[in-house]
Design a protein around this ligand. Structure first.
Ligand code: HEM
Length: 308
């Protein structure tokens, strides 16, 4: 769906209220879900039910090279995400939900949109603030989404977490003015794809390029975003991305980057490490976000990442 709000909440009362507060949040979110809207909760580090074992990778999101994390827009005990067809409806649903949850205090709240939102061969596609088409690297079918993003048995995770997913949120401020001063061919070399999603060697957007015949980066530079993110196109990283553009005034716009994975180390963390020093870095500043875990209470997040 083309609009979303992402809200991080902290427990307002003492820790002993947590189980009751979580139950209240669960009920409130269930009331929003449906009728053209999707809503889900994700647990922050330290917010796992009393006595339950925590998902093994769940911890506060570390600050990566180049990040300037603002604590007023990072982390949180609980994440609420609502997506829908209109910004007004999403905002109203969030406000209504928050009003019914006095046990929780808003830590940060951000609204986003997906211009040009559509589905192409099963992939959600949209345009990011740098005018590039995003979504082609995601799986085209639901089985592959599940394979990359849903925790399975036998992964060493607690039994209650099987069927859930790690959600990483990154609030990435983008230097759109600086970016727009570069020519489109320069921008395409930074990204490693054409604006419309085709690869730089002409491979169609929905297929995989072959970097093997371009070892020195003559066509797709070695520090291009997609080449760093997925150096072996035959073996794409095990995560599913879903971004929304945000704008909070003339000089603060960017992406609410979200990705889902069943293993944080092999998913987001491996990719983020490879992106260090990429050509895109000088145009992007991560100021917030966090690590969360979506418990297996339904498949709202799967619908949201696969549907329009
Ligand atoms: C600075 C903000 C970012 C921008 C503007 C951006 C933009 C893009 C674009 C245009 C594509 C190509 C189309 C597509 O496959 O969706 C792409 C691919 C990708 N990006 Fe990003 N991205 C950003 C941040 C990130 C971050 C933080 C990560 C993860 C740590 C990431 C991981 C990926 C992956 C895994 C792919 C797919 C590679 C493939 O399988 O071909 N991106 N990104």
């Amino acid at each position: 769906m083309p609009y979303a709000q992402v809200v991080a909440l902290d427990l307002a009362g003492g820790d002993q209220q947590r189980a009751v507060a979580l139950r209240a949040a669960h009920h409130a979110v269930t009331a929003v879900d449906g009728g053209g809207m999707s809503a889900w909760l994700a647990l922050g580090a330290g917010c796992v039910a009393e006595g339950a074992e925590a998902p093994k990778h769940l911890r506060p999101m570390p600050s990566y090279a180049g990040d300037v994390l603002d604590s007023a827009q990072s982390h949180g005990d609980l994440l609420l995400q609502v997506t829908g067809a209109s910004p007004g409806a999403v905002s109203e649903a969030v406000t209504r939900t928050l009003r019914s949850l006095p046990q929780w205090r808003v830590r940060w709240r951000i609204a986003g949109a997906r211009p040009g939102n559509r589905t192409e061969n099963g992939r959600g596609i949209a345009r990011n603030p740098f005018h590039f088409t995003e979504g082609y690297g995601n799986p085209a079918d639901r089985e592959e989404v599940v394979e990359r993003a849903m925790v399975k048995g036998g992964q060493g995770e607690p039994a209650w977490a099987v069927g859930g997913s790690y959600q990483v949120v990154r609030i990435i401020r983008l230097a759109v003015e600086l970016w727009d001063r570069d020519s489109v061919p320069e921008q395409e070399r930074v990204m490693g794809r054409r604006r419309d999603g085709r690869w730089l060697d002409g491979t169609p957007s929905t297929e995989r390029a072959d970097f093997g015949s371009d070892r020195h980066g003559g066509i797709t530079p070695l520090d291009a975003h997609v080449r760093r993110a997925a150096p072996d196109p035959g073996d794409p990283p095990p995560l599913v991305r879903r971004g929304y553009n945000y704008r909070r005034g003339a000089d603060d716009e960017g992406m609410i980057f979200s990705c889902f994975q069943r293993d944080l180390a092999q998913g987001f963390e491996a990719v983020q490490r490879r992106l260090r020093g990429e050509a895109l870095a000088k145009y992007a500043l991560t100021v917030g976000g966090g690590y969360f875990f979506v418990p297996p209470t339904g498949e709202h997040w799967i619908r949201a990442v696969t549907a329009m």
